[in-house]
Design a protein around this ligand. Structure first.
Ligand SMILES: NC(=O)c1ccc[n+]([C@@H]2O[C@H](COP(=O)([O-])OP(=O)(O)OC[C@H]3O[C@@H](n4cnc5c(N)ncnc54)[C@H](OP(=O)(O)O)[C@@H]3O)[C@@H](O)[C@H]2O)c1
Length: 259
């Protein structure tokens, strides 16, 4: 049995634990740190609660780090890490170099799961793609390995886009509500429309442009709305938002990154 320890049990860890239990991972194969939601989840699901973070590291082969980024390095420093152990960090913007120095001789990988891990639908990015992690991450949804850490940071912008997509779904729901749809109908329609758009592109082999062409018929309603969005510079705003997130993650402005 590979025991999974959760160091930092807040919002993200709770969603991941929910997803792991849902996937059939026995509660006995997990152990939680004490702060945040740890005690309550331990009580609710019969998961072990570590006496302190040193005991957590002693008991687990894979330790999933989900503190806030600013707390990450301090939280894993000096805990008696051993060879063969893996620290898996979900902390946005915290580099492999910083983490490796803190947990030597343990191995380190970075992941970026989404809260949809709780329903087994998180596209979880990972770097490096350690084979020992695959079975664990696959319980939470699609596993998306990146070829290097720079690519991993770029891919992390998608974790913010996930939130923006939910904002768009909320806007769609509100607009439909304001125009007379019933609340549950408005919510389901807005959400399922995004699910449908994503699934078509994820599951059909045609290029995105071909799929779009087949629905944006000249003079039709898709084209009508796209013209309004283009006139208001939505594409430029979207790109600027992605650049701002990448800059926050890497601390480097676009010009410096491409230099
Ligand atoms: N939320 C998301 O959707 C999401 C998605 C992908 C990645 N992430 C990443 O996941 C990390 C956690 O995010 P979150 O939203 O779950 O934050 P959160 O709800 O604030 O959870 C962080 C938890 O870590 C605990 N903690 C801090 N230092 C600790 C220590 N030394 N030992 C034990 N526990 C400690 C905190 O306890 P206290 O409350 O007592 O301080 C808190 O319960 C972040 O680094 C973020 O970048 C989040």
């Amino acid at each position: 049995m590979t025991r999974i320890g959760f160091l930092g049990v807040g919002h993200l860890a709770e969603e991941m634990i929910t997803g792991l239990l849902r996937s059939g991972l026995p509660a006995g194969e997990m152990i939680l740190s004490r702060r945040g939601h740890g005690p309550e989840l331990a009580e609710r699901h019969g998961i072990a609660l570590a006496t302190d973070n040193g005991a957590l590291v002693a008991a687990a082969e894979i330790v999933l780090l989900a503190t806030r980024p600013a707390d990450a390095v301090a939280a894993v420093t000096g805990l008696g890490w051993r060879t063969g152990q893996i620290l898996v960090s979900a902390c946005a913007g915290v580099s492999l170099t910083e983490l490796r120095a803190a947990v030597r001789p343990a191995g380190v990988a970075r992941i970026m799961p989404l809260t949809a891990a709780s329903i087994g639908a998180s596209p979880t990015t990972v770097y490096p793609d350690l084979p020992a992690l695959r079975p664990l991450l696959a319980r939470l949804g699609a596993v998306i390995p990146l070829a290097d850490e720079t690519g991993f940071e770029t891919a992390t912008v998608s974790a913010a886009i996930y939130g923006w997509a939910q904002v768009l779904i909320g806007l769609g729901r509100d607009w439909s509500l304001a125009h007379g749809l019933a609340p549950e109908t408005a919510r389901q329609l807005a959400a399922e429309t995004f699910v449908a758009a994503g699934r078509m592109i994820a599951e059909r082999p045609e290029p995105v442009e071909t799929l779009l062409q087949s629905l944006a018929t000249p003079g039709g309603i898709t084209e009508c709305g796209l013209q309004v969005l283009e006139a208001r510079n939505v594409e430029a705003s979207w790109t600027a938002a992605c650049e701002a997130v990448l800059e926050k993650l890497t601390g480097a402005a676009p010009a410096a990154r491409s230099a």
